[in-house]
Ligand binder design. Sequence first.
Ligand SMILES: [Zn+2]
Length: 170
Amino acid sequence: MNDIVARLEHNREQSEILDGGRRCLLMRPDVLMGMLRGLDETTRAQALKSFTRSAYEHGGRSIHAYAKDASEPNLLDVVCATSAGLGWGKWVIEAKRDRLRLTVHNSPFAWGHGAPSCPVCAPIVGILQSVATEILAVPVVAEELACGAMSKGPTCEFVAYRQAGSQKET
Ligand SMILES: [Zn+2]
């Protein structure tokens, strides 16, 4: 079930693409990220924060559905396979006791933006936050430590960890 490419349903009558009832969209990364490039620094920072929150909330519904799917016991494998299938780059997630580290090769968001003054892979941060919330079962903080768009390198590095003062649910 974790092959998103085989699973996507193209409904030609409605002109929509669905993943198990959740609507998806294909678009050029430079079109999406060019919207951010056109903003001043302050507004761009606000937009990136809002982008992260939206990915956490809305993309998090997909993550929650994957986590509840008993046929797929390893959520991290599903997330990495799904990200690759949707063109979100090649994800490698390393789970430690109280944190997740994520390396993304060939992020479409870094590719689509080019030469920013801050990390731009905000939707990946939001998805990582929702994955870490499912796995750690506590409120978490997620951030992009290094963005390939800034370094002109092929990889972006992310981390998610328990929010200070949060207790694991029992
Ligand atoms: Zn990045």
